[in-house]
Write a protein that binds this ligand. Structure first.
Ligand SMILES: Cc1cc2nc3c(=O)[nH]c(=O)nc-3n(C[C@H](O)[C@H](O)[C@H](O)COP(=O)(O)O)c2cc1C
Length: 174
């Protein structure tokens, strides 16, 4: 199975979570493709044909981004809008994602307690990520669920991130 992580972090240099995840992948699973779209497209001018070719060459696609305003990052959304085009992802001959495994790896500043019914963010991440899950269903791909790291600003970050990074590696590769 060929796997690609489509990374949409606006500032990977200053990242703690995504950087830890990506570094671990590079060290332990060099066969996984890591594609940083903020680095590839600093002008946000996405090469749709190149993206479609890249995605087409992989069986599992993981969208990775920090949660921003309870959503995906804006270049990630632009990527969805442009790359999942009519006649490619849906519509006539739009079968290029059929059967692929697609999931999301996200980091969140808020602690996990905030992401529940009645919590500060009102909804669990499973619900906030439902547009991705429903899109995966729409294009007849398989939802690979999601992996999350919560509470970037709380205590014990280093230890929690170390454990979480091992879980992330399993999520991406197994
Ligand atoms: C513009 C902006 C909006 C954000 N909105 C949220 C949010 O809605 N919920 C949340 O939990 N964290 C939010 N955060 C915090 C980021 O999710 C957090 O800093 C990031 O996931 C940390 O991962 P990193 O170390 O890879 O950068 C926001 C951060 C920024 C810059």
């Amino acid at each position: 199975m060929k796997t690609i992580v489509i990374l949409a972090h606006p500032n990977i240099e200053q990242s703690l979570v995504s950087k830890s995840w990506v570094n671990a992948l590079k060290e332990q699973h060099a066969d996984v493709t890591i594609h940083n779209i903020y680095e590839t497209y600093p002008d946000w001018n996405i090469d749709v044909a190149a993206e479609q070719k890249l995605v087409g060459a992989h069986d599992r696609i993981i969208f990775q981004f920090p949660v921003q305003w309870l959503n995906m990052t804006p270049l990630m959304k632009k990527w969805f809008d442009e790359v999942l085009s009519y006649g490619w992802a849906y519509g006539p001959d739009g079968d290029k994602l059929v059967g692929k495994e697609i999931g999301a790896a996200v980091s969140a500043g808020s602690p996990e307690e905030a992401y529940q019914v009645g919590g500060k963010n009102l909804f669990p991440l499973s619900q906030l990520l439902s547009p991705i899950e429903a899109t995966v269903n729409f294009v007849n791909a398989k939802y690979h669920s999601f992996h999350a790291f919560y509470g970037v600003f709380s205590d014990d970050l280093e230890n929690r991130l170390k454990i979480n990074t091992q879980e992330y590696l399993k999520y991406v590769t197994q």
